[in-house]
Design a protein. Structure first.
Length: 277
């Protein structure tokens, strides 16, 4: 994949996710001379990247070019209201506005940007930092086919991309993939703790848990098989895995992992709706 821009790309916010995107774009052929980064205090790693590629860093929004090809908003959602009024004059009729701010609806941007602005709302997740993320995106009616393709290419620089037409689904997306890495990290944490309880050394238990989660995820990614098929292949009738799975499935009337995760995802979905602006 090679990314070619018809005009300037403005990245607003060069934190962990913004920095990961920038690194992915440069790796996929974006011309550094086309990029401008608006961030008063990028991380040391990102600052080094900007310096190495001689990427322009305007002092403030007033110094941005008018009608850039893309404005990517990668700042914390709570800072958006104070930022958008200063960015609005730069957004032209052909500018694509791509937001990765969690919880910020397209309508909230339409209220603060020029009428007719083309807006894509996207929800990436933290594995994007190593190029293995997944992002779900949705667009308003002003985004044309070329802009949609461009947004997809920019997001694909850090992993897979999927699109939904119904913006209301973004709350569930946030609950499953946006918050999902934390669930996996908790699984590794609890698995290690269970290993210690069973008599393993703490360091060994942590290594076993982390390697098992990483290796299993890798196998799932490359096998092309459904998780249920892979689970069945590991499970011998009457064996140790089946004994453990009976507990996780809620044997004896206890709530199983599936029910617990349904409640967890619902709680995250409901909270995402509460926080949406």
């Amino acid at each position: 994949m090679s990314l070619e821009l018809s005009g300037p790309l403005v990245l607003v916010g060069a934190g962990k996710m913004g920095g990961a995107l920038l690194e992915g774009w440069l790796a996929h052929g974006v011309d550094p001379a086309r990029v401008l980064v608006l961030d008063p205090a990028p991380s040391p790693a990102t600052a080094e990247l900007l310096s190495r590629h001689k990427i322009a860093r305007p002092a403030n929004a007033a110094d941005l070019p008018r009608s850039p090809a893309v404005v990517v908003l990668a700042v914390k959602p709570q800072t958006m209201d104070g930022l958008l009024p200063s960015l609005a004059p730069s957004v032209g009729p052909s500018t694509l506005v791509l937001s990765i701010a969690a919880g910020r609806t397209i309508a909230s941007f339409e209220r603060q940007l020029p009428a007719g602005a083309a807006i894509v709302r996207a929800m990436p997740n933290t594995p994007a930092a190593i190029g293995q993320g997944i992002t779900v995106a949705t667009a308003n009616g002003r985004v044309d086919a070329g802009q949609r393709e461009l947004a997809g290419a920019l997001l694909a620089a850090v992993g897979e991309v999927a699109w939904v037409d119904d913006e209301g689904l973004m709350d569930a997306v946030t609950a499953v993939s946006g918050s999902g890495p934390a669930y996996v990290f908790l699984l590794a944490e609890c698995l290690a703790e269970a290993g210690v309880a069973a008599g393993l050394d703490k360091e060994l238990a942590a290594r076993l848990a982390a390697a098992t989660v990483v290796g299993s995820a890798g196998l799932l990614a490359v096998s092309g098989e459904a998780p249920s098929n892979l689970r069945e292949k590991v499970t011998s009738p009457g064996g140790t895995t089946q004994a453990a799975l009976e507990v996780l499935k809620g044997a004896g009337g206890a709530e199983g992992l599936a029910g617990l995760l349904r409640r967890a995802v619902k709680a995250a979905t409901d909270r995402s709706r509460e926080l949406a602006k």
